[in-house]
Ligand binder design. Structure first.
Ligand code: NA7
Length: 531
C-alpha cells in the first residue's frame, strides 16, 4: 500500500501565489507544502519563456511588498522586467525564505476529492497521494495553454511552439521561415523579437489588437532609490487604486467625450509618450462611454496609420472593436515591425485555418511553407487549471458540474460544495484586472487569517454558502455590465474557448473588493458556513 502524505494545508502551484502561501502558512505554524507541475518555481514566468516575454506592470510595482528587506534589497534593471529577471526574482524569493524544500516539483494533480466525514481532501498526483485538511489552489489565471484543435497539426514536420509552454533551451529562429498564429499580448511581444532573427515571419491575424508603446528602458538607480525610500506609502496608495496599479498621472473624473480637440490631443499625447497602462487613465469613462471609447480608439488608430508605411496594412492592423475590452497590449516596435519586407500579415478574420500541413499551413485556399510554427493562441483563462484537477466536493459533486454554466464562487475565494478549498485570485476576484502580485498578497493574507481564526476557534471546515455565491456572481456581472468590458470576445469572458460559457470572470475594482473581504472576515466569515 502506498503511503499518504499528510498535511494541514496543501498548496497547488509554486508561482507567486504558491510561494507566498507557503511562507505565510508555515510562519503561522501550519504543516504546509506545495505541489508544482513544473520543475522549478515561478508559475507563469516559468512557462512563458517566449522571446520578448515581459511584464506589463512596472517592475517596482510587480513585486512582493510583504517583506521590507526583500523589496529594498532586490534591484530591478528595467522599467518593465523581462521574463528571465522575474523568474530569477521568484527563485530568489524561494531561496531567501527557504521554500524550495517545501515544494514537490514535477508533481501534477490528477484528481482530488473531499471526504465530508473526515473533513479532509485526498489529492492524487502523478507522484504520490496527499491528505490535507485544506487545499489552497494557487494555480494561476493564465496557466492552461489554449492550443486550438487545428486539423493536421500532428503532421507538421517542422518545430512547433506555444508561447505559454516555451522550451527551456534557447530557440534560435535565425534563417528560418516562421509562421505565428495569434496577435494577443504574447504575440505582440514576441513578433518584433522573432522578426529580428527569422528570415521570414508570417503573422496570421484573426482580430487586430490595440497596443500602446511600453517605452521600456533601463531603470535609473535614482528612480529606484526614490521609490524605495517611500515604498510603503506607494504600495498603500496602489491598493487604493481600482487596478491596484499606481500611475504618475493622477486619476481624474474627466470625460473623453467632452474634452475639446486641443485638450484631448495634448492629454493623449502626453500619456502615449509616457507609455504603459497610464494611457487608460487619461479619462474616467474610456471603458464606460461608447463615444469616449471610440474617440480614444480612433486616437490609437491614428498612431497605427502613422507607424505603418503601407496604408492597406495599417488598416488591417487597426482594430475597430471597443478599446480595452480585450486585455490591452503594450509593445516595443510592434506595428513598426510590419514595415520590414520579410514580415507579412495574413488577415484570417473571415477564414479559419483549414489545415496544418507537413510543411506549413493552408488558409484562404493558400498554402504557406514554414520551418517553425508558433502558436500564440492564449489560455483557457481563470478556470482552465482548476477544472483540469478533476475536483470532487461533497456528495460526489464535481467542479466541472458545479461550473457547467460558468464559475460560481464567493469572493473568488470559496466555492459552495467544495469546503476547505481556497482559490488564490480565483474567478470573481479582481485578479487579472489588477497588479497580480498585489492581489495575490491580499488573498493569501486573507486565507492565512481565516485558517488562524478557524484554528483558534476550533472550526474544522469552512464552505461558501450557495446563496452568497449566487449573489456574488450577480454582483461581479452587474459591475461588468455597467462597463464596455463584456462587449467583445475576450478571455475575461471565456469567449476565446469554443463552448466555454460566456461569463465575465474577474471583478472590476480592487479597493471595494478588499474592503468587502475584510468585512466578511470581521463578521465571522459571513456568507461561509463554519463547522
Ligand atoms: P490572447 O490575448 O488570448 O491572444 C490569443 C490570440 O490568438 C488572439 O489573437 C486570438 O485571436 C488568436 N487565436 C486564438 N485561437 C485562434 C484560432 N483558432 N485561429 C486563429 N487565431 C486564434 O493570448 P495571449 O497569450 O496573447 O495573452 C494572454 C494574456 O497573457 C494577456 O492578455 C496578458 O494578460 C498576459 P482572437 O482575438 O480570438 O480573434
Amino acid at each position: 500500500m502506498t503511503s499518504v502524505e499528510k498535511r494541514d494545508v496543501l498548496v497547488v502551484g509554486a508561482g507567486f501565489g504558491g510561494l507566498y502561501s507557503l511562507h505565510l502558512l508555515r510562519e503561522s505554524g501550519f504543516h504546509v507544502s506545495a505541489v508544482e507541475r513544473g520543475s522549478g518555481v515561478g508559475g507563469t514566468w516559468y512557462w512563458n519563456r517566449y522571446p520578448g516575454a515581459r511584464c506589463d506592470v512596472e517592475s517596482l510595482q510587480y513585486s512582493y511588498s510583504f517583506d521590507d528587506d526583500l523589496q529594498q534589497e532586490w534591484e530591478w534593471t528595467e522599467r518593465y522586467a523581462g521574463q528571465p529577471e522575474i523568474l530569477r526574482y521568484a527563485e530568489h524569493v524561494a531561496e531567501r525564505f527557504d521554500l524550495a524544500d517545501l515544494i514537490d516539483f514535477d508533481t501534477n494533480v490528477e484528481s482530488m476529492s473531499y471526504d465530508s466525514t473526515t473533513q479532509k481532501w485526498t489529492v492524487s498526483t502523478n507522484q504520490r497521494t496527499y491528505e490535507a485538511a485544506f487545499v489552497v489552489a494557487a494555480t494561476g489565471c493564465l496557466s492552461t495553454a489554449n492550443l486550438p484543435e487545428f486539423p493536421g497539426l500532428e503532421t507538421f514536420e517542422g518545430d512547433v511552439y506555444h508561447t505559454g509552454r516555451w522550451p527551456h533551451e534557447q530557440v534560435d529562429f535565425t534563417g528560418q521561415r516562421v509562421g505565428i498564429i495569434g496577435t494577443g499580448s504574447s504575440a505582440v511581444q514576441a513578433i518584433p523579437v522573432i522578426a529580428s532573427e527569422a528570415a521570414e515571419l508570417t503573422v496570421f491575424q484573426r482580430t487586430p489588437n490595440y497596443s500602446i508603446p511600453a517605452h521600456n528602458q533601463p531603470l535609473e538607480p535614482a528612480v529606484q532609490a526614490e521609490v524605495k525610500s517611500r515604498y510603503d506609502e506607494l504600495r498603500q496608495a496602489a491598493r487604493a487604486e481600482r487596478s491596484g496599479i499606481l500611475s504618475i498621472f493622477p486619476p481624474n473624473e474627466d470625460s473623453a467625450r467632452e474634452a475639446s480637440d486641443t485638450e484631448f490631443r495634448a492629454r493623449m499625447d502626453e500619456r502615449w509618450d509616457y507609455g504603459g497602462f497610464s494611457f487608460y487613465r487619461s479619462y474616467i469613462d474610456i471603458v464606460v462611454d461608447p463615444e469616449s471609447n471610440e474617440r480614444v480608439a480612433d486616437y490609437v488608430r491614428g498612431h497605427i496609420t502613422a507607424k505603418v508605411d503601407d496604408p492597406e496594412l495599417a488598416t488591417l492592423l487597426s482594430p475597430t472593436n471597443t478599446i480595452a475590452c480585450k486585455r490591452p497590449c503594450l509593445d516595443t516596435h510592434y506595428y513598426e515591425t510590419f514595415n520590414s519586407s520579410h514580415v507579412q500579415l495574413i488577415d484570417i478574420s473571415d477564414h479559419e485555418i483549414e489545415t496544418i500541413t507537413p510543411h506549413g499551413l493552408r488558409v484562404r485556399g493558400e498554402e504557406f511553407t514554414f520551418d517553425a510554427l508558433v502558436f500564440a493562441t492564449g489560455f483557457d483563462a481563470m478556470t482552465g487549471s482548476l477544472l483540469k484537477m478533476n475536483i470532487t466536493g461533497v456528495a460526489d459533486y464535481t467542479l466541472n458540474e458545479a461550473w457547467a454554466n460558468g464559475p460560481r464562487t464567493y469572493l473568488g475565494l470559496g466555492i459552495p460544495s467544495f469546503p476547505n478549498l481556497f482559490t488564490v485570485t480565483g474567478p470573481g476576484s479582481p485578479s487579472v484586472l489588477t497588479n497580480m502580485i498585489m492581489a495575490i498578497e491580499q488573498h493569501v493574507e486573507w486565507i492565512r487569517d481565516c485558517l488562524v481564526s478557524m484554528r483558534d476557534n476550533g472550526y474544522a471546515a469552512i464552505e461558501a454558502k450557495p446563496d452568497a455565491a449566487d449573489a456574488w456572481v450577480s454582483h461581479v456581472n452587474s459591475i461588468a455590465d455597467q462597463t464596455l468590458y463584456p462587449s467583445c470576445n475576450s478571455w475575461y469572458l471565456g469567449a476565446n474557448i469554443p463552448g466555454k460559457t460566456r461569463v465575465f470572470m474577474p471583478l472590476i475594482g480592487f479597493p471595494d473588493y478588499a474592503e468587502r473581504c475584510e468585512e466578511v472576515a470581521s463578521n465571522n466569515y459571513e456568507g461561509f458556513t463554519l463547522v
